[in-house]
Design a binder for this molecule. Structure first.
Ligand SMILES: Cc1cc2nc3c(=O)[nH]c(=O)nc-3n(C[C@H](O)[C@H](O)[C@H](O)COP(=O)(O)OP(=O)(O)OC[C@H]3O[C@@H](n4cnc5c(N)ncnc54)[C@H](O)[C@@H]3O)c2cc1C
Length: 386
């Protein structure tokens, strides 16, 4: 084995790169080298995630990615090792408009047909989960029984540890800076530590994947957008746990983190750039939306030092971009998760391993996730992205 070459070169040591490495090694493909620009693994978006896992998507392929992934996480500690920290506290979607309620009910039919346990609740049932919720303008709620949250760092480090035991290598402080392409093949990846050649190259660079793809002459429409996670001081007024709860109209979400409340809401004015500073100017609007729906939150105190910001890796249709590139078949994308890369990382690792070892992913049909879809001007967006 040579430190400057490998059968498979994976760029990025976050949860996605780690899962791809593990799934390849598990199938006997152990000549795998992970290149990571940071001094340590798992320092990108994975370490800033809220760790939510859910099945309630509009698009069937997303539901299938969740189903495989959440099942896998249930047995993660025994099968992979490490700490998945899976808490199946449920997801609760609060809906205040008749047309949105009709859409969610329609989606629930599809989810149920795929074996997802999803319940439709009357507004008054919500109080069973989140005391003090404002109900007067709610028309219904959806409860995802087998959803919840996990430990993204524990999962990524579990994958990496097992992959390394199986022979996978990792080169830290090694930034990919360019590439040599010959015809339709990516021959050599240039790095800050010298050239590295691979029979296959996987781009698992999360929010940076668009930038890295451009080094290879690939136009990958993935951009970095800041997302904030705010934390309160201990707040026993809400029981622990509560479901990961979304007020669908505003986009306000919250869950318990031990005795504290972790919460957030997307700022639609955010522009694409790498910005990891917490947005304090946005904070009052987030709190206003939160207190409107959950008046008890007016009694909380913010734990400023426990708040953080990280990056979502947004694609134009909020869907992952997976698989071999049609014009450069030894280059593969594994990004564009649009804020759902933790929950979809187990399935992604399995599918990318199939793309490489079997020629094509087959456990789940990922054709609608391939980069070729951007040639089509009428993209179908995933609706349930927050
Ligand atoms: C506030 C917040 C909340 C979130 N909540 C959830 C949630 O509830 N559920 C969920 O599923 N997801 C959530 N996400 C999204 C989730 O964190 C990401 O989708 C996921 O971590 C992506 O993993 P990744 O491995 O692709 O990327 P990353 O973890 O970012 O890893 C990419 C790696 O690539 C490396 N890299 C970049 N450029 C180069 C280069 N040139 N050379 C070498 N290495 C490079 C980076 O250093 C990094 O280590 C959240 C994100 C944020 C910010």
């Amino acid at each position: 084995m040579n430190k400057n070459s490998a059968d498979v070169v994976i760029i990025g040591a976050g949860i996605v790169g780690a899962s791809v490495a593990y799934h390849l090694a598990l199938r006997g493909c152990t000549d795998v080298l992970i290149l990571e620009k940071a001094e340590a693994p798992i320092t990108g978006s994975t370490s800033f995630s809220a760790g939510g896992v859910r099945h309630e998507f509009e698009r069937e392929v997303n539901i299938r990615l969740s189903k495989y992934s959440i099942e896998h996480l249930k047995n993660f500690n025994e099968e992979v090792g490490g700490h998945a920290g899976l808490n199946l506290t449920g997801y609760l979607f609060l809906i205040n408009k008749e047309d949105v309620w009709a859409e969610f009910q329609e989606q629930a039919k599809l989810q149920r047909s795929l074996g997802v346990k999803v319940e439709m609740l009357e507004p008054r049932d919500v109080l069973h989960y989140v005391p003090g919720t404002r109900l007067d303008d709610l028309v219904g709620a959806i409860f995802g029984v087998e959803d919840g949250f996990c430990d993204p760092y524990g999962i990524a480090s579990g994958y990496l540890k097992r992959a390394r035991e199986l022979g996978v290598r990792i080169a830290l402080s090694t930034a990919v800076t360019g590439a040599q392409v010959q015809g339709d093949r990516l021959i050599t990846v240039e790095t800050s530590s010298g050239p590295v050649s691979g029979k296959y190259v996987v781009n698992a660079c999360g929010a940076w994947s668009g930038q890295v793809a451009s080094l290879f002459g690939v136009d990958l429409p993935v951009l970095p957008y800041r997302r904030n996670a705010y934390m309160t001081e201990n707040f026993p007024q809400f029981p622990n746990p509560i479901p990961l709860t979304f007020d669908v109209e505003s986009g306000f979400w919250m869950r318990k983190e031990h005795d504290r409340v972790l919460f957030g809401m997307v700022n639609p004015a955010e522009t694409p750039r790498v910005n990891l500073n917490v947005d304090w100017d946005w904070m009052p609007e987030v709190l206003e939306a939160g207190i409107y729906r959950f008046p008890l939150l007016g009694e909380t105190r913010l734990a400023k030092k426990q708040c953080w910001a990280g990056l979502y890796e947004i694609s134009p249709d909020h869907m992952p971009i997976l698989g071999r590139h049609p014009e450069m078949p030894n280059y593969l994308d594994a990004s564009g998760f649009s804020g759902h890369g933790v929950m979809h990382s187990p399935a992604t690792g399995m599918l990318i391993a199939e793309e490489i070892l079997d020629g094509r992913a087959h456990s789940i049909n990922i054709d609608e996730l391939r980069i070729t879809r951007f040639r089509d001007m009428s993209l179908q967006k995933e609706a349930n992205i927050y």
